[in-house]
Design a protein around this ligand. Sequence first.
Ligand code: PLP
Length: 394
Amino acid sequence: MTWADRISPAVRAIPPSGIRRFFDIAAEMEDVISLGVGEPDFVTPWHIRESCIHGLNLGYTSYTSNAGLLELREEIVRTIQRDCDGLTYNPRNEVLVTVGVSEALDLAMRTVLTPGDEVLIPEPCYVSYQACTILAGGVPVPVVTTMENNFRVTVQQLEEKLTNRTKVLLLGYPNNPTGAIMPRQELLAIAEFAKRHDLIVISDEIYSSLTYEGTHTCFASLPDIKDRTILMNGFSKSFAMTGWRIGYALGNPDFIAAMTKIHQFTMLCAPITAQLAALEALQSGGSSVQKMVAEYNTRRRLMLKGLREMGLTCFEPQGAFYIFPSIKETGLTSLQFAEELLKAEKVALVPGDAFGASGEGFVRCSYASSLPKLSEALERINRFLKTGLPRLKK
Ligand code: PLP
C-alpha cells in the first residue's frame, strides 16, 4: 500500500482547484495579464491597515474569545441590521467570527451534514462548495443554471433534484463565476421551497456589497426563514482584505454554538489583528467600498462591451467582479481556449468547468484588475479570436 492509498477517500474524492492550475502556469510566464484571480487589485484602505498597526502598538497580540471580539460581533450585527431590512441577531450567541468565509462554509457543512446527506448547489458555482460538502461527508447535487435564465436558479429546478436525503440548499449570490444575482421575488419563492421541504439554507453573500444592477436581498431577511438559514459574509472582497482572512457566520444559537465548537478546536479564534482591522472596516470603511464599487462598475461595462463587440455571447453580470462569456462558438473546450489563449497572447483566465461541469463552454474573467490592463487583455483576446484561433483551426 502506498502513502497515497492511505489518504482518506473523502480527500481523494475532491479534485484540486482548477483556478490554481492557471495561476501556477501564468506565474512562470513573463508579461502575462491575469484575469484569473478572484482577488481585488486594490490594497486594503489605509485607515483599516492603520487600525491594525495601532492595535499592535498597543500590544493587542493575544487570543480573543472563540466567537471573536464582542465589539466586532456587535458591529457585525449593526451592519447586518442596517443593510438587511432590519434583520437582527444576538451578538452573544448568534454570531461567529471566522477565518474567512472559507472557514464559515467548512464549519457550516460539518455542523449540519450527516454522511450521505445531499446538498443542492446551483451551478456554476464557487469551487469550494463541492469540496466542503464532500469533506463533511455530504453529497453535492448540482442544480444547473443557464445563461438563458440569467444563471438564476428556479424552484422547479430545485424540486427536480430533491430526494429524501436532501438536507441543505447552498446559495451563493451574487454569484462567482457568473455575476448573477437573485431578485427578491425569486428568492421569496425559494424561501417557500426551503420551508416546504424543511431544508437548511447556507447563504454565502460575500459579494453582497458588489451589486451593480438592482439591490441585493439578504436571504435571511425574508419572512420566517432566518432560523433555518446560516448567513455568511466577509471582508475579503468588499474591503479588499483577502490576505487578512476574516469573515463571519450568523445563525440560530444551536447552529452557531455547534460551529463554534469545531472552530474552537481547529482555529481557536480568528487572528486578533484581522479582527481589529475588520472592526475599523465596518465602522468607517463605507466610503472606501463605494469608491471601489464605482471603479468595478466601470470595468464591468468595459469588459461587457469589449467582449460583446468581438462577437462573444456574454451574459451581463450584475454583481461580484467576474464576467463569464460563452466560448462555445469557437469550437474549443473551455480548457483548450484558456490554454491556447495563454500560449498565444499571455492572457490568463479560468476555464468554466472549474466551477462545475455546467461551466463547460464558458470562461471566467475577473475584472478586479486596472482599466489599462483590462483594455490590453481585451485587445489580446480579440487578436486571438481574429488570428490565433483561425491559425489553430487550420
Ligand atoms: N465565497 C465565494 C463565493 C468566493 O468567491 C470566495 C473567494 O473567492 C470565498 C467564499 C472565500 O472567501 P474568504 O476569503 O472570505 O475565505
